[in-house]
Design a protein around this ligand. Structure first.
Ligand code: TPP
Ligand code: MG
Length: 671
């Protein structure tokens, strides 16, 4: 690569882009770890994008109508940290870059959205950023249709590497974006032909250009170091009327001894080579030193969007007070006041009419009353709409000719769906909820973990939650999934027992801002166990006494979801023998853990034997069974210890021994 030619052809551009390269080299050297090559290779693309196209105002990082920049190749985090520093984001003084990858710094190894403004999403797990971006672009389309171009009109830009495009989730994302013609989504592919193990052809022979075209994208191929070509390509991409991919031929670790090699992917810390690279750039400044003229040119870029922001604020301010408030509520992600009242009315009706329905159906009943009062909800299903019961009457289907549609047919793309839901939630203004079978949590899991890590609140509607789904058999019957979801920090896992608990769970899930929710719902019908109307949301306590012992309390039965009714039956058997038995419904462990010790002890007092019943594995239950000190009660568990089987549900419950009789026997054996 002829560095001198690049430099002399566009000296102003060169110095700005080289500031990124120099900061990257310095920060990685200081941390003695990190990834140098990608930011060095993509510095030209990023510079042109931020200088000429990105709509943003560094002084107002959360301005709602900003363009979103997503670094899908998250290992190249020094690229975004350099951009945020150079353009003048308050949270990124040079000290942050000097502390790259250190405890307490915003400049974590990979970009983390919850650490700083300007980082739109957490990336690092390759493929996630590009899949998030589909949700960002969908949310923008929806909100533009709802609020008009005056308030919502922005692009989503993505930098994705070879790794992002190799990950399976990228296919789900790309095909969704192509199907929905998300014309404000522009992806730069860092086409450097290098990954960690070596050249891309070691493991891939995919023609990426043909692949994107086949998915109905607009595609261009450019020299990723030519600022004029980059500028022209972005201009063309904006006009394409389709999602656009710009294949940027680049040199990883440009100008360094490791250029174009897999060594260039990682941390380039050799002092001599670092100096040689800087010399080749014509950059003779100390570590972390940016000459004043270069810094001020960058800061001007950071201010470039301020006028547009002012104008936007003016347009917002010109709306009626009511409209402004509604827009601000949507942006803030606050649930409307009406949510609580529609949920309360449904609960009252259910406690009076005692329907026997599956909780997936109960969930639909809840959504039928919630969706009309929450225009921000966006529902969906991964091709199981009729099974997940996520589509209500008034939603409309999101499509190219109906951007106001609030239901997304995700297709058979659980991972892409969950990742796009993350993008929607991060974008703001919409509240995504979507479903698949609970067992296929596995297919969505990488994105579900990131929902939790990123402190955002999508709702996963996971139906067919146990052997209770019956004949589809063990491939479809989750047994370990509750344990896995509960093991994930920051995630609320709900397993409601009837219509009342399901409605309460929805109210809580849709009121969250920083926690994703998983609703684990049955296929099979369940009786209403909450037969007495209480306006208080009992699920909010996590666990509560559903039925008190009649005689002297000798046993406590704990259950969730479909097994609550079994516990109630077991109670009858035990009470008939004079064994006073309390039933505790535990629809959300995480919320119970948050309660005062006093409340936890009142619900689960020491003394009586404890038996838990849940059609899943025991893992996790011991905390409640043995007590928080590990020896508060004699305890037993009735549940699954193997995979399920294909047969009618009732027979499966018998064969796997999850019955009222088995629960009663377990209690008696412990007394
Ligand atoms: C899901 C996932 N798998 C593996 C990794 C580890 N990893 C980080 S970067 C990388 C190679 C990426 O190659 P490419 O996207 O071409 O980046 P470049 O080497 O060009 O910077 C790998 C395997 C990861 N971050 N995420
Ligand atoms: Mg690469």
């Amino acid at each position: 690569m002829d560095i001198d030619a690049l430099r002399s052809a566009h000296p102003d551009h060169w110095s700005k882009a080289t500031a990124i390269r120099a900061l990257t080299l310095d920060a990685v050297a200081a941390a003695n770890s990190g990834h140098s090559g990608m930011p060095m290779g993509m510095a030209d693309v990023a510079t042109v994008l931020f200088e000429k196209h990105m709509k943003f105002d560094a002084s107002q990082p959360t301005w709602f109508d900003r363009d979103r920049f997503i670094l899908s190749a998250g290992h190249g985090s020094m690229l975004i940290y350099s951009l945020l520093h150079l353009t003048g984001y308050e949270q990124f003084p040079i000290e942050e870059l000097k502390n790259f990858r250190q405890w307490g710094a915003r400049t974590a190894g990979h970009p983390e959205n919850f650490l700083a403004q300007g980082i739109e999403t957490t990336t690092g797990p390759l493929g996630q950023g590009i899949a998030n971006s589909v949700g960002f672009a969908m949310a923008e389309e929806m909100l533009r249709a709802q609020f008009g171009k005056k308030l919502v009109d922005h692009y989503t830009y993505v930098i994705a590497g070879d790794g992002c495009l190799m990950e399976g989730v990228s296919e789900e994302a790309i095909s969704l974006a192509g199907r929905h013609q998300l014309s404000k989504l522009i992806v730069f592919w860092d086409n450097n032909n290098i990954t960690i193990d070596g050249k891309v052809e070691l493991s891939s022979s995919t023609d990426q250009v043909a692949r994107f075209k086949a998915n109905n994208w607009h595609v261009q191929e450019i020299d990723g170091h030519d600022p004029e070509a980059i500028d022209a390509a972005i201009t063309a991409a904006k006009k394409a009327g389709k999602p656009s991919m710009i294949a940027c031929k680049t040199h990883i670790a440009l100008g360094h001894a490791a250029q174009d090699t897999s060594k260039g992917h990682g941390a380039l810390t050799d002092a001599g080579q670092l100096e040689a690279a800087k010399a080749a750039y014509g950059w003779n400044h100390g570590a972390f030193e940016i000459p004043a003229d270069v810094k001020s040119a960058w800061e001007e870029i950071g201010r470039r969007g301020s006028e547009e922001r002012f104008a936007w604020e003016g347009r917002l301010g010109a709306l009626s007070e009511r409209k402004q408030e509604e827009f601000q509520r949507r942006v803030a992600g606050d649930a409307p006041k009406k949510l609580a009242s529609v949920v309360r009315a449904l609960k009252k009706q259910a406690s009076e009419t005692l329907p026997k329905v599956a909780t997936r159906k109960a969930s639909e009943m809840a959504l039928e009353v919630i969706n009309p009062v929450m225009p921000e909800t966006v529902g969906g299903s991964a091709d199981l709409t009729g099974s997940n019961n996520t589509k209500t009457g008034d939603l409309g289907i999101f499509d190219t000719d109906n951007r106001k549609g609030r239901f997304v047919h995700w297709g058979i793309r659980e991972h892409g769906m969950a990742s796009a839901m993350n993008g929607m939630a991060l974008h703001g203004g919409v509240k995504p909820y979507s479903g698949t079978f609970f067992c296929f949590t596995d297919y969505a899991r990488p994105a579900m973990r990131l929902s939790a890590l990123m402190q955002i609140a999508p709702v996963y509607v996971m139906t067919h939650d146990s052997i209770g789904l019956g004949e589809d058999g063990p491939t479809h019957q989750p047994v370990e999934h509750l344990a896995m979801c509960r093991a994930t920090p920051n995630t609320l896992v709900f397993r409601p027992a009837d219509v009342v608990e399901t409605a309460e769970a929805w109210e809580i899930a849709l009121s969250q801002k920083g926690n994703p929710s998983v609703l684990s719902l049955t296929r099979q019908g369940l009786p209403t166990v909450r037969t007495e109307h209480k306006s208080k949301n009992m699920v909010a306590q996590g666990a509560y006494v559903l039925a008190e012992a009649e005689g002297k309390r000798q046993a406590i039965l704990m259950a969730t979801g479909s097994e609550v009714a079994i516990a109630m039956e077991a109670k009858k058997l035990l009470e008939a023998e004079g064994i006073g038995t309390r039933v505790v419904s535990m629809p959300c462990w995480e919320l119970f853990e948050e309660q005062d010790e006093k409340i936890r002890k009142r619900v689960l007092p020491a003394g009586p034997v404890r038996v838990a019943v849940e059609a899943g594995v025991r893992q996790g239950w011991d905390k409640w069974l043995l007590g928080e000190r590990g020896r508060e009660a004699k305890a037993g568990f009735v549940g699954m210890s193997s995979f399920g089987a294909s047969a009618p549900a009732e027979e499966l419950y018998e064969k796997f021994g999850i019955t009222a009789e088995a629960v009663a026997e377990k209690v008696k054996s412990l007394l």
